[in-house]
Each structure stands twice: as C-alpha cells, then as structure tokens.
Design a protein around this ligand. Structure first.
Ligand code: PLP
Length: 353
C-alpha cells in the first residue's frame, strides 16, 4: 500500500456524506429552470408554505400547517430556543452532546442542565444508552422549559427506542420537547411513531434534516413535525415569500429516490460491522454501537496526538474529541468503503511502528 493514497484531505470528521446525494439531484441541477432561480415561490397563495411541507404532510398524514421548514436542524433548534426560552430559563440536554446544544441556550440568557448517558452493550458491542429513570428524575427536579433528545445522538451514535421515548414524553408534558432526528435513516427508517406521538403530545417537535441520510448538507434544508401547542413557532418560522426552491426540489428528488439511499446505507452498515470487528482486535480500542453515519471509538490517550498527525500526513481527518465528556474518544465519520478500509489499514500501520 502506498503511504499516501489521497492527494487531497478526506474529511471523515464532520458527519458529512462521502457518497453524495442521489445522482438525480445532479441531473436536476444541470437543467434547473428560471422559475426556481429568479422567481419567488407561488405556494403561499395556494394556502401552503411550500411544495416540500405539502409533500411531507401528505406522506405522513399531517395537516400542512404542522410541518415547519428550516435551513437544516441547526436553524430550527436556534429558532425554537430563541422563541421559547427567556433569560434564566433552563434547557435540558444530553451531557454527551453535539457542541451546539451546549451553546444555544446562552444566546438568549438561558442555561443548560444535563442528563448523562450510561455505558452498556448492545448485541455484544459497547454502547452508550439513555438512562430514562435518571432523565425523569432530573426533569422533575429541574423543570426545564425545553428538553432536547437526540436520537440517534451525536457523537455517541446510540438511539432511543420508542417505548423509552413514550415513557419519557409522558412525564415531560409540561415542557417543550424537541427530538433531533438529524441522523434518522442510518439505523432504521421507521416512521410509525411520528404521527401518533405528535398527535398525543402537543408540545412535541420532531426535527429532521436532509443533511445526513439524504446527503444534502450544503443545500441547508430540513423540516419538523410540530405538535398543536407550537402555534407561535409555526408563525415565527413561516416565510411568506417562500424558501430556497432549489433546495426544496433537491429534497423532493431525494425523497423519491429511496432505493439509492438504501443502497448507500447498506454499504455503510457493512462498514460498521467491519469497524466493530477491526477496532475490537486492536489493543485499547473500543468501538461503540452506531445507528448513525459515524462511529465513536475509544482509543489509548497516549497515541492520540501522534495518530492524528500520522493520519493527517495521509490526508485523512477524523475527529479527536477533546471536551468534558470525551477525553479519549474519536468520532469517525463513515466514508466510502475504500476510505474506511484505508483508514483501518493506516491505523494498523501506525500501531506497528
Ligand atoms: C445532532 C445534530 N443535530 C443537528 C445538526 C445540524 O444539522 P443540519 O445540517 O441539519 O443543520 C448536526 C450536525 O452535525 C448534529 O450532529
């Protein structure tokens, strides 16, 4: 194997897709018309926010008004917190969390309280797990204004099953609960709980994005299912002149090409199995169960700096986490099968030195 397979940096550090979106998205972009570039949407005069919210409402059996459009999940998280959290109020977030959860409450003078994940095992693989009883205890003690659940969670990769979720939502009826499903699709494409839960819990919002599973991060597009009490948020997020029409068309094309995404997800699933097997063979390495497009791997602390340098010299970037909850863990975004194999071979080569 040559020392340096890639002549440019391979970004396996930001949970982006290395496969890209459906080829049909590129076809659309080659032929995009004036109506999507130079004109405003006419959708509002038809009584809907957009073609995309209309399409998603139809797919899931919602009224169109219950679908919120956003520039990805970062955008809806920000709007939700800015709309509902006042100075001095609390939001409840995971301790093992995406960095932006830790920051967003402070933008409006609120602050965080955290619930911890615990470590366990699923199917013989180490895993982070939600501790629902502990979460309930913390919720009841702190009475936060907003609760954030990420499922699957970044960077731990675990997900909450729907029974656990129901138990927790049942307790949190007094708060606004956001379920961030940015990594929906990689572990399961189940949608059966969405309509019943949104119908039963009027303070619930389930947020999805086209950035991850659908590989459209650069198009900045997402949507949410919003419960009936979230009227103010629906008003706050509505844009009468419409949204990014190119992004919306790309999103609809992606939704219509599930076979492409299923094929990619299958390859990624095979590579997760490969990672579990290969990392488990290495002394001091522990891979964690992942329902996402990345995997958390614990590594010996003393090799981190040198391994990072070694991989960068080979044009591979992975994310060596350095935060309160993660001092020895690395988050690896799943790449193509070729990139993943090269990464494992490179780590093995490093360890032989
Ligand atoms: C848990 C989580 N939520 C939301 C986002 C933001 O995604 P989007 O591109 O939809 O804004 C990320 C991005 O990495 C994430 O990890």
């Amino acid at each position: 194997m040559s020392d340096k397979k890639y002549s440019t940096l391979q970004y396996l550090d930001r949970n982006e897709s290395q496969y890209g979106p459906s080829p049909k998205c590129y076809e659309y972009l080659k032929n995009v018309g004036i109506e999507d570039l130079a004109w405003y949407s006419r959708d509002f005069s038809r009584g809907v926010k957009s073609k995309l919210s209309e399409r998603i409402a139809k797919d899931f059996g919602f009224k169109e008004s219950q679908i919120i459009n956003s520039y990805g999940s970062e955008d809806i998280l920000k709007q939700l917190i800015h709309r509902y959290v006042s100075r001095g109020e609390k939001i409840l977030i995971p301790r093992e969390a995406w960095w932006y959860y830790k920051k967003v409450a402070y933008e409006v003078g609120g602050f965080n309280v955290e619930y911890p994940m615990v470590k366990g095992e699923i199917d013989g693989v180490a895993s982070y797990l939600y501790d629902i009883d502990k979460m309930i205890q913390i919720y009841e003690r702190e009475r936060p204004r907003v609760v954030v659940i990420a499922s699957p969670n970044n960077p731990t990769g675990n997900k909450m099953d729907s029974d656990q979720l129901y138990k927790f939502l049942d307790v949190c009826r007094g708060a606004i609960v956001m379920i961030d499903e940015a990594y929906w699709g990689f572990g399961s494409t189940d949608n059966s709980y969405v309509k019943p839960y949104i119908d039963e819990f009027p303070n619930l919002i389930i947020c999805r994005t086209f950035s991850k599973y659908f590989a459209l991060a650069g198009s900045r597009i997402g949507f949410s299912f919003a419960g009936n009490n979230l009227e103010e948020l629906k008003g706050y997020t509505t844009r009468y002149l419409g949204y990014n029409l190119v992004s919306e068309n790309l999103a609809i094309i992606a939704l219509d090409d599930m076979p492409y995404y299923e094929k990619v997800t299958k390859m990624m699933q095979d590579d997760k199995e490969y990672f579990y097997k290969e990392f488990s063979k290495l002394d001091g390495f522990t891979p964690y169960k992942s329902y996402s497009n990345f995997m958390l791997v614990d590594m010996p602390k003393e090799i981190r700096k040198d391994l990072d340098k070694f991989l960068k010299e080979r044009n591979i970037l992975i994310k060596f986490l350095d935060e309160e909850a993660f001092k020895t863990e690395t988050r690896i975004t799943l790449g193509t099968q070729e990139q993943n194999k090269y990464l494992i071979e490179s780590i093995k080569e490093f360890l032989k030195k």
